[in-house]
Design a binder for this molecule. Structure first.
Ligand SMILES: [Fe+2]
Length: 341
């Protein structure tokens, strides 16, 4: 174990879509103050999103409202993270941070970011408040819009997050949306949401999100690199996933990811490695999801597919590195109990 995990109530980052299913956000759980909270936030009722448009969920970033303390938080997070990403993140990500004009001195203005981002792939980042349910989340992606929190964590609690903040969402997610193949994958992911909703298999799609968009690794000529937003924006896990020998590295397989359970409150016991963003997109767009979804649900006489725990290798895995699991083993029982989706 090379890295001591900092003490914190929640590890960063919390995955937007995963929280939809864990019920940790009061807006989407049985919190006794659910309606008061909604009212106090002056949000429109989105509990039933079938008729709701995501437009109602978007807000102005309010860039002028950031205080010097907010910019200082960004500065500290940016400098600390870039210091460890240079040798670890994929070159497409690092180039994009420059191309989008991110700097340490101030929180980026979404209007300025979007001018640059649109020119690359037509995507935009839009500010939202709170967490978003599955349907509007999928609809946003299918409209090439990525929802981002606008607030930033306190500079005295750099590793503490209750919800994804602007550092996770903007710094972690947005740079690779300049890459056409990755952007196309995100678009297909959003479009695929409708079928997952139809089959009630959004948890499987959320797992795919987790193992690729949030915690994916990519094979490069000089070794494995980070591309997942949860890794690129996390100081501890960006180092742990590559430098610590604990975690398994497994070649990406779309169905394997969708069948592999997830917990959100600690470093991962395995990471899936793609060959390229083009290959990731090709696998997504060339997969017929309906038969898989039927097997996940055991529909139409099809035997229900086995689900996997994230700790264990399975016989069909193409294993790039068998991890020692030294970091995970002492707390495996606890982590099994905290499986979220
Ligand atoms: Fe995220």
């Amino acid at each position: 174990m090379l890295f001591k995990k900092p003490h914190r109530k929640h590890r960063q980052p919390h995955l937007r879509i995963c929280l939809l299913f864990t019920g940790q956000n009061p807006l989407y759980c049985n919190h006794p103050d659910k309606y008061a909270i909604i009212k106090s936030r002056r949000r429109r009722m989105v509990a039933d999103t079938k008729q709701a448009s995501y437009v109602h969920l978007t807000i102005d970033q309010g860039w002028k409202n950031y205080t010097p303390d907010h910019h200082e938080s960004w500065n500290m997070l940016y400098d600390r993270q870039m210091g460890i990403l240079e040798p670890r993140a994929c070159p497409e990500y690092l180039q994009a941070v420059q191309d989008l004009g991110f700097t340490a001195d101030k929180i980026p203005d979404f209007h300025e970011v979007n001018e640059r981002l649109r020119a690359f792939t037509g995507w935009e980042v839009v500010a939202t408040e709170g967490l978003i349910k599955a349907k509007p989340f999928f609809d946003m992606l299918a409209d090439r819009k990525f929802p981002s929190g606008y607030f930033i964590r306190d500079k005295n609690q750099l590793d503490y997050l209750e919800e994804p903040d602007i550092f996770h969402d903007l710094f972690g997610h947005i740079p690779l949306l300049t890459n056409q193949a990755y952007a196309n994958y995100m678009y297909e992911y959003g479009k695929g949401g409708a079928r997952a909703l139809e089959y009630k298999t959004t948890k499987n799609l959320a797992r795919l999100n987790w193992w690729t968009i949030e915690f994916g690794l990519i094979q490069k000529p000089d070794g494995l690199k980070l591309y997942g937003a949860g890794l690129c924006s996390s100081y501890g896990e960006a180092q742990y996933c590559l430098d610590d020998p604990s975690a398994h590295h497994i070649k990406f397989d779309l169905e394997r990811c969708m069948r592999t359970k997830v917990y959100i409150n600690d470093f991962q016991p395995c990471y899936f490695v793609i060959d390229s963003f083009e290959d990731l997109f090709e696998q997504a767009v060339n997969t017929d999801f309906s038969p898989m979804y039927k097997s996940f649900k055991g529909m139409e006489g099809i035997e229900q597919a086995t689900e996997y725990l994230p700790f264990d290798l399975v016989p069909q895995d193409n294993v790039i590195r068998k991890g020692t699991q030294e970091y995970i083993d002492p707390k495996r029982e606890f982590l099994e109990d905290s499986i979220s989706i």
